[in-house]
Ligand binder design. Structure first.
Ligand SMILES: [Zn+2]
Length: 288
């Protein structure tokens, strides 16, 4: 979303309204919902209740009716329910990350959205304009990891990776969006949720080092694409290559025109991990 009239800076009351861990005893894990090609991730508390949604997308091969639109939206509302004031944080404005939030969706009418400021498509801008409650991460918090704390010390980290630059031409939203992570205080185990950004380009991920932190799970960036995969990506993940039971979730449609996921890089970097696709037909759970 560009700097537009719909944009409002986050003021203190907004920040309180957006805190997904306020009053939460601890974080239970994540559920990667099955929406076809795209992302819709739920952060869960220790009782399995959704306390935050990250993205609300899904395009090719999505499990919802194509038409009529009212039926599709009803199916989405039933499978990805959003009640008044529920928080939805967006990784970036590519359509496969928000397109389940249609004109009449619960998500658009009832959700509280936190989004990155980015150059993007007119359709994305129109969707943002229709949202009843939406805020951008303010400039002074871009490139700054933001930490939310549960009552037991579990952490949710939120980081917009790059400053918005109005002079940029051809912004790659994958690289300028928002990345997330979860840390279980008692064990140091982490779950990485980088959106479509490669893990080695998320600055706050550098704090997670084998020996002090164990990787429990990863929602593979960009649906398992080999895009931007580099030696640094490999070496970052391979520090946990000896671990069993790391779960790598691939949120993608089957079939999809991008041939996601490309598993070969993950087999090499995390040879003992469980590689699971939502396209197998069910949500993928990663639980602390
Ligand atoms: Zn995507």
């Amino acid at each position: 979303m560009t700097a537009s009239s719909a944009e409002k800076a986050i003021t203190s009351p907004d920040w309180v309204a957006l805190n997904p861990l306020a009053g939460v005893s601890g974080v239970g894990g994540v559920r990667v919902d099955y929406v076809g090609q795209g992302d819709a991730v739920s952060i869960l508390d220790q009782d399995g209740r959704t306390i935050l949604r990250i993205d609300y997308g899904g395009r090719e091969s999505r499990p919802f009716s194509v038409r009529p639109l009212a039926r599709r939206q009803a199916e989405i509302d039933m499978n990805l329910p959003v009640l008044k004031g529920d928080r939805i944080f967006l990784t970036h404005w590519d359509e496969d990350h928000w397109c389940s939030a249609g004109k009449t969706s619960q998500a658009g009418r009832k959700g509280r959205w936190l989004t990155p400021r980015q150059w993007t498509s007119p359709r994305a801008a129109m969707t943002a304009a229709r949202m009843n409650w939406v805020r951008c991460i303010p400039r002074h918090l871009e490139r700054t990891p933001i930490r939310f704390l549960a009552l037991n010390g579990d952490e949710l980290w939120v980081e917009k990776l790059q400053h918005f630059d109005a002079a940029t031409v051809g912004e790659d939203c994958n690289l300028t969006g928002v990345a997330f992570s979860l840390v279980q205080k008692a064990t140091g185990r982490v779950i990485l949720l980088p959106g479509d950004a490669p893990v080695h380009r998320v600055p706050h991920y550098a704090r997670y080092v084998a020996g002090t932190h164990d990787l429990l799970g990863l929602v593979a960036y960009h649906h398992g694409s080999h895009t931007h995969w580099a030696n640094k990506t490999h070496s970052y993940l391979n520090q946990w290559g000896a671990l069993y039971d790391v779960i790598v979730a691939f949120s993608c449609g089957d079939p999809n025109s991008f041939n996601h996921p490309d598993l070969s890089n993950y087999w090499t970097a995390l040879p003992r991990a469980q590689l699971i696709r939502t396209a197998q037909g069910a949500p993928v759970r990663i639980s602390f």
